[in-house]
Write a new protein. Structure first.
Length: 255
C-alpha cells in the first residue's frame, strides 16, 4: 500500500516536469528560431524483494520484482528546422537546409566573452556600428566582430557580408555533427560541450527572412491535455491509497 503511494506520487512528479516542458514550448511559440523540448520518461530500475530473516531455504526467499514508478530521464531538444517568414529587413537572416548550423555570437561572462550559438538571425546594429542580436550579443564573423558603417548591406547564401558593394566579412556559422552534445543555455542560446565535432556549413543563409519556432501549438495542446489527465489519474490513485490506509489505521486497529 505504501508502495502505491510512492508510485503514484512519482507519477505526479513526472507529469509536473512534462507539463513544465510543454508550457515552456508554448510560451516560446513566437520566439525566432526556438527549438522545442521533449521530456523523456523512463521507469526506474526494478529491484528484487526478498524475505528478511526468513528460516526458509535461501533459494526460496525471493518475493518478486518491485517497480518504483516512472520519472523524467532527460529533456531532449528537437532541432528540426522551423518555417521561414519573410521580413524584407536586410539585417534579418535565417539558416535553411541545415538543422544543426548556428550563428556564432559573443556572450559576456564572469571569465570573459564566451562563444555561443543561436538560430535567431534577427540582427541589429548598436551605437558602435557592431552587428548584434536583439539581446545585444555581438555577432561574430570569421575575422572577429562584424562592424557596419555603410547604408546598403547584402548577405549572401554563404554568409558573406557585403556593404555598399565591398566585402566586410563572413558570418561565422558553426555546423555540428551531433545534436546530443549541444546544450540550451537560455535566451535562445546554445552551447557545446567542448568536444563537439563540427563540419563544413552545408546550408544556405537567406537574407530578409527569419526562422520561426518549430513548436506545433496543436500537438503541444493535445500533449498537455494528456498529461493533465494522467496527473489527475495518479492523484485519484494516491487519494484512494491514502483513504484505504487511513481506514486500516482507524478501524482495523479497533477490532
Amino acid at each position: 500500500m505504501i508502495r502505491g503511494l510512492y508510485t503514484s506520487a512519482m507519477g505526479m512528479q513526472n507529469n509536473e516536469k512534462r507539463m513544465e516542458v510543454i508550457s515552456n514550448n508554448l510560451a516560446n511559440i513566437d520566439t525566432t528560431g526556438y527549438k522545442k523540448d521533449t521530456a523523456v520518461s523512463t521507469s526506474f530500475a526494478e529491484v528484487m524483494t526478498e524475505i528478511i530473516n526468513s528460516d526458509q531455504d535461501d533459494n526460496q526467499n525471493d518475493v518478486g520484482k518491485l517497480s518504483l514508478g516512472v520519472g523524467v530521464d532527460d529533456v531532449v531538444t528537437n532541432y528540426k528546422q522551423g518555417s521561414l517568414v519573410k521580413t524584407e529587413n536586410p539585417l534579418d537572416v535565417a539558416i535553411t537546409n541545415s538543422e544543426l548550423a548556428f550563428f556564432a555570437v559573443e556572450v559576456p561572462g564572469a571569465n570573459g566573452a564566451q562563444e555561443m550559438y543561436t538560430r535567431d538571425g534577427g540582427f541589429t546594429v548598436n551605437s558602435l556600428g557592431q552587428l548584434t542580436t536583439k539581446d545585444g550579443y555581438l555577432v561574430k564573423g570569421e575575422n572577429g566582430v562584424i562592424t557596419l558603417n555603410g547604408s546598403k548591406v547584402n548577405i549572401n547564401e554563404d554568409g558573406s557580408v557585403i556593404e555598399d558593394g565591398s566585402s566586410v566579412d563572413k558570418l561565422l556559422i558553426k555546423e555540428f555533427a551531433d545534436s546530443s552534445r549541444l546544450n540550451k543555455q537560455g535566451n535562445n542560446l546554445i552551447s557545446n560541450t567542448g568536444d563537439t565535432q563540427t563540419k563544413p556549413f552545408s546550408g544556405q543563409v537567406v537574407q530578409g527572412s527569419l526562422e520561426s519556432s518549430n513548436v506545433n501549438s496543436i500537438s503541444e495542446m493535445v500533449e498537455m491535455i494528456s498529461v493533465m489527465r494522467s496527473y489527475e489519474a495518479n492523484q485519484k490513485v494516491l487519494k484512494s491509497h491514502d483513504d484505504t490506509l487511513q481506514k486500516a489505521v482507524n478501524e482495523v486497529g479497533r477490532v
